[in-house]
Design a protein around this ligand. Structure first.
Ligand code: 5GP
Length: 129
């Protein structure tokens, strides 16, 4: 049990500078960059620089400084791109896929920030939920 981090995943390569990215924000602990296949006019990925596989791994094992920095970067992006409702923006969605049922493609924790158009329902409803 537990998490084994694969340091050959695409985001690890981005963090090492082996693959280019369109950087939106960068701090000591966090990198944010444009998703290569955007699913909305705004589609940004926020990732910790540390080796965490998914949300629960990050939230359980990262330092307080990493966790705070990650969320502050995400919040600043929402404000700077005028998405935040508190700044009169039209809103946005954050989401994070973990594991097989959520179809997580890249096994390095990332938060998607989506916005710039009405995003529709969270999930497609299905009989039996
Ligand atoms: P997941 O399915 O793991 O939640 O999302 C992975 C995301 O990473 C997808 O939205 C996909 O478009 C994005 N992605 C995959 N490869 C690359 C890449 O090389 N560069 C960037 N910027 N995004 C990528």
């Amino acid at each position: 049990m537990g998490y084994a981090y694969d340091d050959q995943n695409i985001f690890a390569k981005i963090l090492r500078g082996e693959i280019p990215n369109k950087t939106i924000a960068e701090t000591e602990h966090t990198l944010a960059f444009a998703d290569i296949y955007p699913q909305a006019p705004v589609h940004i990925l926020v990732i910790p620089k540390g080796a965490y596989v998914c949300f629960d791994h990050f939230a359980a094992e990262a330092s307080d400084a990493e966790i705070v920095d990650f969320h502050r970067v995400a919040a600043r992006i929402c404000a700077d791109l005028n998405l935040a409702p508190g700044g009169d923006g039209d809103g946005y969605r954050t989401l994070s896929n973990a594991g097989a049922h959520a179809v997580q493609d890249v096994p390095h924790y990332h938060m998607h920030i989506l916005g710039g158009r009405p995003l529709g329902p969270m999930l497609t409803r299905r009989e039996g939920a």
